[in-house]
Design a protein around this ligand. Structure first.
Ligand SMILES: Cc1cc2nc3c(=O)[nH]c(=O)nc-3n(C[C@H](O)[C@H](O)[C@H](O)COP(=O)(O)OP(=O)(O)OC[C@H]3O[C@@H](n4cnc5c(N)ncnc54)[C@H](O)[C@@H]3O)c2cc1C
Length: 566
């Protein structure tokens, strides 16, 4: 049977979704296709509500593709006294591991204990030890392994680029990781399979109200047309744009979100050589960064290591957060204080910058100290806004939100997402670590069979999509046929994560990838060229921000990856 004979996913067809948005009346329309919005759509659809979700760009194109990619309680939130948040997050971590075992993977973490002038601070070691116990007791144990202390030599093996003379010992504990954009897309597809009408590139431009002032519809712009979507309730899950959406139905812009920028950088793994994630301190700042290996290879090594995150107030254009030269310096300085390989801007192969949609509090402290708990508010027009929270806790945020939707609609329907397996969980078999099969299995789970069937119909699709990266050509085809990718950037940045890890490879081969997907998307030569131009311009802007070159269109002389073109 050919791939097209078994249509990849008829429940996730954008044209069909747009027709449904125009024709049907929904119980709830969710605005925003980040992890919060897709979580709400899944919860609502699986409770039997007639559900729609509209995303103005691509799924996860906001913050949900730019996180640290950890499904965790967050040791540092315990240190800030947020015991309940950590307890709930660790519970969610466990549920996600069961419901999406292909995507949410256990990741060991090491916290090195360093000496200062040859002496270990007993106070720091004791504090860290108690935090470890608390983390385990708060729910860390659910992962099946407790923390332990590592001797100096064992710790050094996990990060052999450390200055060994400063290393005293370390703590090892366990958390989990997931490709954030893929998790978001998978939740969206699961919601669609449960009956939700979900469309990307479908932004809300206005909210319609009835005579009593209650919101009763949203108008979305899609493909140059406007569609009025009729609904009984609206959930605003627009992340850092949530205030802008609220302003469509309120007299004033509410100004309730405080965006905090966080950046990550990617370097070749050989420069760091960590076989597990490591938490490193930032000198002269009471913060730490994660150093995470990415792209496992069959010999136990990795392709890249990414490092982040910063946490700073952001008052720029929320549509376009960028990693600046100062951000890069901050991360490199911290990294070089913990490794001896002298990593420079020229080693950096990728960067990403995201905005945390933190809810403003009375205190005006650092964004790093603001709570990661979520808030749910309802405005006089009846629009429910859910904001804040974490990738890890999206399911719980969704449950709380849909409880309120049901209450307002006077519907009794229990949440069923605690045990709802996400698409790909069924048919997933644990692969051999680092094998070629593992790459597909850990991205698509049981759906990897659909990629394999594509390859069976055309063996050239087994060839690499880009040099130095694990993706195959079939994945780009699958992205546009089955995963609602509609642009070159969707394929290179979110369906694959190629741009985050090796921007140079994507820039060099953007035209080839565009030519591969063009027939699938019905692009003519002009449209294909425009897609490539748009992608290169976005990469050039990213490079320019890091190298402090102001002109966006100009190709900088030097770039963070040592390139001379973006
Ligand atoms: C640097 C960083 C690191 C992080 N690391 C972690 C981590 O490791 N683990 C963890 O648990 N959490 C982490 N987080 C937090 C987590 O990433 C966020 O809480 C989460 O992604 C927010 O998702 P969201 O859906 O609320 O927002 P978004 O993902 O931004 O989604 C909002 C969506 O709304 C859409 N939208 C806006 N306006 C409209 C409109 N008018 N019509 C239709 N759609 C619209 C946008 O296009 C966007 O896609 C991190 C955050 C940052 C910034």
């Amino acid at each position: 049977m050919t791939f097209s004979a078994i249509h990849p996913d008829p429940t996730f067809d954008r044209a069909q979704m747009l027709r449904r948005l125009a024709d049907e009346t929904f119980d709830v329309v969710v605005i925003g296709g980040g992890i919060t919005g897709v979580g709400v759509a899944l919860d609502a659809a699986t409770r039997g509500l007639k559900t729609a979700l509209v995303e103005r760009d691509d799924f996860a194109s906001g913050t949900s593709s730019k996180s640290s990619k950890l499904v965790h309680g967050g040791l540092r939130y315990l240190q800030q006294g947020e015991v309940r948040l950590v307890y709930e997050a660790l519970h969610e971590r466990q549920r996600l591991r069961k419901n999406a075992p292909h995507l949410v993977r256990v990741l060991p973490f090491m916290i090195p204990i360093l000496t200062k002038d040859g002496v270990v601070s007993r106070k720091i070691a004791r504090l860290l030890g108690s935090s470890m116990w608390m983390y385990d007791l708060t729910g860390g144990w659910r992962i099946g392994k407790m923390h332990r202390r590592l001797k100096r030599d064992a710790a050094f093996e996990h990060l052999p680029t450390m200055p060994k003379e400063r290393l005293a010992s370390a703590y090892l504990y366990y958390d989990a990781t997931a490709d954030d954009a893929r998790l978001c897309l998978t939740v969206a597809r699961t919601a669609a399979a449960a009956g939700a009408a979900i469309a990307s590139r479908c932004g809300v431009v206005s909210i319609g109200k009835d005579a009593s002032g209650r919101a009763e519809s949203v108008v979305v712009a899609a493909d140059g047309n406007e569609i009025t979507v009729r609904t009984r309730m609206i959930v605003n899950a627009a992340g850092v744009w949530a205030d802008d959406v609220r302003a469509l139905a309120e007299e004033q812009h509410p100004d309730s979100i405080r965006p905090a920028k966080g950046v990550h950088i990617t370097v070749p793994w050989a420069k760091v050589r960590n076989d597990i994630a490591v938490v490193i301190p930032v000198p002269k700042d009471k913060r730490s960064l994660f150093v995470v290996p990415w792209g496992p290879l069959p010999d136990g090594t990795f392709q890249h290591t990414y490092v982040g995150t910063t946490d700073t107030d952001f008052d720029g254009d929320v549509d376009d957060p960028l990693c600046t030269e100062a951000d890069l310096d901050y991360v490199l300085r911290a990294l070089n204080a913990s490794v001896t390989t002298g990593i420079t801007a020229d080693d950096v192969t990728g960067v990403w910058a995201g905005l945390r949609p933190l809810v403003k509090s009375a205190s005006s402290g650092r964004t790093a100290d603001l709570s990661r708990r979520h808030s749910i508010t309802t405005n006089p027009a009846g629009v429910i806004t859910v904001a804040g929270g974490k990738l890890t806790t999206y399911r719980e945020m969704a449950e709380d939100t849909v409880d309120q939707v049901c209450e307002r609609l006077d519907i009794r329907a229990r949440c069923v997402t605690k045990r709802k397996r996400l698409i790909g969980a069924s048919g997933f078999r644990e692969p051999t670590a680092g094998s070629p099969a593992a790459h597909l299995a850990l991205r698509y789970g049981g759906k990897a069979a659909e990629i394999e069937s594509l390859i069976a119909s055309d063996p050239t699709l087994a060839e690499p999509l880009l040099p130095r990266l694990p993706y195959v050509r079939a994945e780009a085809i699958y992205a546009v046929r089955a995963e609602m990718a509609t642009t070159l950037d969707d394929v290179l940045t979110r369906r694959t994560r190629a741009r985050l890890f090796d921007r140079r490879a994507t820039v060099d081969h953007a035209a080839e990838v565009a030519a591969l997907i063009a027939p699938e998307l019905g692009w003519d030569a002009a449209r294909t060229a425009a897609e490539v131009d748009a992608y290169l311009a976005a990469c050039a802007e990213e490079v320019a921000a890091v190298t402090a070159v102001v002109a966006v269109a100009a190709v900088p002389e030097t770039t963070v990856s040592g390139d001379t073109t973006p």
